[in-house]
Write a protein that binds this ligand. Structure first.
Ligand SMILES: C[S@@+](CC[C@H](N)C(=O)[O-])C[C@H]1O[C@@H](n2cnc3c(N)ncnc32)[C@H](O)[C@@H]1O
Length: 288
């Protein structure tokens, strides 16, 4: 379709060039500088040469653009690979008994995980609530175990995935530090809007001081007008301690950017800080 359009454009250029050439050769002929019979060959010759040159120039530029785009994409993937490897190296000090199941498109990327690990180690939160279990649960649990204090409760809407994370928790010997609770998604209202969000278990409602809230679930729906993770702050705002930090994964996505913007407008007293990781990491802390 695009190629056909280019061919028509090139033909147009050829015809225009031919006409200009023919007109000039006609003027030349009138002045006695050229034979009148040259007008038609000049028109045909110029139309073919200019039309063909224009067409091949366009194709060449398009091919170069496509190749440049491909090289750019490859370089970007290579950059992500290097960043992930750096994250894995940074996490290697955690002494996991076996490699963490990083690498799937659902899991926290190693660079984002390294940022989370550092934040937990520096802040030493007593209580962490995580939305969306997985490799992040195991990594956070290992740090709490190494520090010898703290507890993480992870909510998961998918019972099969929750069971999978629990298997890893037991295999890693982290059951004293982390637990995964099944929390099916139910229709609920937050700040005047309806969401399918975790049904909060009573055990969690009774927590008074949450020091860290990790927002990595539930999965974003295909409809980007729905901010699937929005309820996290309204649901826990009253339970967050004065030193609490909110860790947001996938912060480069438009849905998460919009979510943070709405949170900052509706929940004054918080400020955001972006960290450049592959999926984008955003921290929310209280303003001093
Ligand atoms: C973004 S994931 C959470 C990832 C988790 N924080 C981690 O670092 O691995 C959000 C939800 O997707 C689901 N999920 C995670 N990994 C999955 C997988 N490999 N296949 C299917 N569902 C998955 C789980 O229900 C999880 O709570």
């Amino acid at each position: 379709m695009k190629l056909a359009k280019e061919k028509t454009r090139s033909l147009g250029f050829g015809v225009i060039a031919g006409l200009v050439g023919a007109a000039l050769s006609g003027v030349f002929a009138m002045l006695g500088g050229a034979s009148p019979g040259a007008t038609i060959p000049v028109f045909i010759g110029l139309a073919i040469v200019v039309g063909t040159a224009h067409y091949w120039k366009t194709i060449l530029i398009q091919t170069m653009r496509d190749e440049f785009k491909q090289v750019k994409n490859r370089l970007s993937l290579l950059g992500d690979g290097i960043t992930e490897t750096q994250g894995l190296v940074q996490l290697s000090g955690l002494n996991q008994p076996y490699p963490l199941p990083f690498g799937g498109s659902w899991a926290l990327t190693p660079d984002a995980a390294a940022i989370l690990a550092r934040e937990i180690a520096i802040r030493r939160p007593n209580t962490i609530v995580e939305l969306g279990s997985g490799v992040s649960t195991l990594m956070a649990g290992r740090i709490l175990q190494q520090m010898g204090s703290g507890h993480l409760i992870s909510l998961d809407h998918d019972p099969a995935w929750a069971a999978e994370t629990r298997r890893h928790i037991i295999a890693s010997g982290l059951q004293d530090y982390v637990e995964v609770i099944d929390a099916p998604l139910t229709r609920q209202q937050f700040d005047g809007k309806d969401f399918d969000w975790y049904q909060i278990p009573d055990q969690l409602r009774q927590l008074e001081q949450i020091d860290m809230l990790t927002v990595d679930g539930p999965p974003q729906t295909a409809d980007s007008t729905v901010l699937s993770r929005y309820p996290a702050l309204p649901a826990f705002a009253a339970q967050l301690s004065s030193q609490a930090v909110i860790y947001i994964d996938d912060a480069k996505r438009t849905t998460e950017k919009e979510m943070v913007e709405q949170w900052l407008q509706l929940y004054p007293g918080w400020k955001s800080r972006m960290v450049d990781t592959i999926p984008g990491t955003c921290f929310l802390e209280r303003q001093e």
